[in-house]
Ligand binder design. Structure first.
Ligand SMILES: NC(=O)c1ccc[n+]([C@@H]2O[C@H](COP(=O)([O-])OP(=O)(O)OC[C@H]3O[C@@H](n4cnc5c(N)ncnc54)[C@H](OP(=O)(O)O)[C@@H]3O)[C@@H](O)[C@H]2O)c1
Length: 340
C-alpha cells in the first residue's frame, strides 16, 4: 500500500510517499480502508522529532482518520466489513490502510462526511478535556484561547460559547480573528500587533482571566500565567512555540523553554490558582472516559452546538505541502488529507 513515511526528522520534505507493508489486524483490532486523514499539529511535532514517545524513523505518522472497515481481528464482535468509522489511530494514519484497536473506533454519523469525521475527534476531545474536565469553565468566566482560529481553537471557542464563557481570542491575523468572532469570541487580540497581557488587563480593569487554554507555551505561558485571576485555572496542552514557522531551530526552542517561569507549589497556593497539563494521546487507555466524552460531543455536533470547520484540503501525495502550510501559521480550521 502507499503511505506517507517520516524518513528522518526534519523539514516537511522528509515526508515521502513509499510502498509500505499493509497492516494485519491482530486480536481486538480492526483494519480500515482510509478515506480521509485529519492533520494535527502533533504530526508536525512528530516530524521534527519533538513528540514524546514516537519511534525512530522510518515510521508512518497520523493519529486520526476516517474510513471503511475491511477486516476484523479475533474477538471483534461490534464491527463488520463495510462499517463507516472514525478512528483514533495513534500512529500509522497517513496510509491507504490502518489498523486500530476496536475501542478506539466510533461509527461515523450518517450526516457527517469522511472529511468531517477524520478531523473531528482530536480537536473536539482536546477542547472538551481542557475546557470542561480540567478548566471547569462556568457561565460568565473570562476565558483566554490562543491559536483561536486553529483546529482546537475553533472547537474550544464553539464549546465556550455554548457554556456561556466570555472568550478572549488571540491569533496572528485579522482574518483569523474574524473567524474566531464568527464562532463566539468577544474580544479579539492580534498578538503580532498588540500585547495580549496589556489588552486583557485593560479590558478587565485589572481583574485578569479565569481560564487560559494555552497550546503555545514559552513566553506566551509567562504572560498568561501573570494575568490569571484568583481561582484561575491554567490549562497548558501544547508547546507550539518551540516548533518554528518553517524549520526547527534548537536555539529558538531553547529560548522559549528557558523563558517558561519555574513554578513553586507554595506560590500557586497563595495565589489560589492551578495549573493542569495534558496530552490526549496518552489518555486513550482511559477507554470509558474517552468513549463517553466523544459520544457527548458527537451529540452536540448532531444538535448543531459544535460544527467542524474544514480548512485546506490536500491529496496524500501533497502531504509535505500540507504540513508546511500548517507550520506556516496560515491555516484556518482543520486541514484534511483525502485519499482515492
Ligand atoms: N495536548 C493535547 O492532547 C493536544 C491535542 C491536540 C492539539 N494540541 C496542541 O494544540 C495546538 C493546536 O493544534 P491544532 O492541531 O489544532 O493546530 P492549529 O491550531 O490548527 O495550528 C497551529 C496554530 O498554532 C499557532 N501557533 C502559535 N505559535 C506557533 C508556532 N511557533 N508555530 C506554529 N504555529 C504556532 C498558529 O496560530 P496563530 O498564528 O493564530 O497563533 C497556528 O495556526 C498545537 O500546539 C498542538 O500541539 C494538543
Amino acid at each position: 500500500m502507499k503511505a506517507a513515511v517520516i524518513t528522518k526528522f526534519g523539514a516537511p520534505s522528509v515526508l515521502k510517499i513509499q510502498d509500505w507493508p499493509e497492516p494485519t489486524p491482530q486480536k481486538g483490532e480492526v483494519k480500515i480502508r482510509v478515506k480521509a486523514i485529519g492533520l494535527n499539529f502533533a504530526d508536525v511535532m512528530a516530524r521534527v522529532g519533538l513528540y514524546p514517545g514516537i519511534p525512530k524513523p522510518p515510521f508512518v505518522p497520523g493519529i486520526e482518520v476516517s474510513g471503511i472497515v475491511t477486516k476484523v481481528g479475533e474477538n471483534v464482535r461490534k464491527w463488520r466489513h463495510g462499517d463507516r468509522v472514525i478512528a483514533f489511530t495513534q500512529l500509522g494514519g497517513y496510509a491507504e490502510y490502518a489498523v486500530v484497536k476496536q475501542e478506539l473506533l466510533f461509527p461515523l454519523p450518517k450526516r457527517m462526511s469522511f472529511e468531517e469525521g477524520a478531523t473531528f475527534s482530536v480537536a473536539y476531545l482536546t477542547a472538551y478535556h481542557g475546557l470542561v474536565t480540567l478548566g471547569h469553565v462556568h457561565r460568565g468566566d473570562k476565558l483566554l484561547i490562543h491559536a483561536a482560529a486553529g483546529g482546537v481553537g475553533i472547537a474550544a471557542t464553539q464549546m465556550a460559547k455554548h457554556l456561556g464563557a466570555e472568550v478572549f481570542a488571540t491569533a496572528s491575523s485579522s482574518e483569523k480573528l474574524e473567524i474566531a468572532r464568527s464562532h463566539g469570541a468577544t474580544h479579539l487580540i492580534n498578538y503580532q500587533t498588540e500585547d495580549f497581557e496589556e489588552v486583557i488587563l485593560k479590558k478587565t480593569n485589572g481583574y485578569g482571566i479565569d481560564v487560559v487554554l494555552d497550546s503555545v507555551g514559552g513566553r506566551v505561558f509567562k504572560k498568561g500565567w501573570r494575568i490569571l485571576a484568583p481561582m484561575g485555572r491554567y490549562v497548558l496542552y501544547g508547546f507550539a512555540a518551540v516548533s518554528g514557522k518553517s524549520t526547527y531551530s534548537k536555539l529558538k526552542a531553547l529560548r522559549e523553554v528557558l523563558s517558561t517561569p519555574i513554578l513553586f507549589p507554595h506560590s500557586l497556593l497563595s495565589r489560589n490558582v492551578s495549573l493542569s497539563c495534558f496530552n490526549i494521546y496518552f489518555l486513550t487507555n482511559k477507554t470509558e472516559y474517552f468513549r463517553n466524552t466523544l459520544r457527548l460531543i458527537l451529540d452536540w455536533q448532531a444538535n448543531g452546538i459544535v460544527k467542524p470547520v474544514l480548512g485546506a484540503r490536500y491529496p496524500l501525495s501533497k502531504i509535505a505541502e500540507a504540513q508546511a502550510f500548517m507550520q506556516s501559521r496560515m491555516s484556518i480550521g482543520k486541514i484534511v488529507i483525502t485519499l482515492d
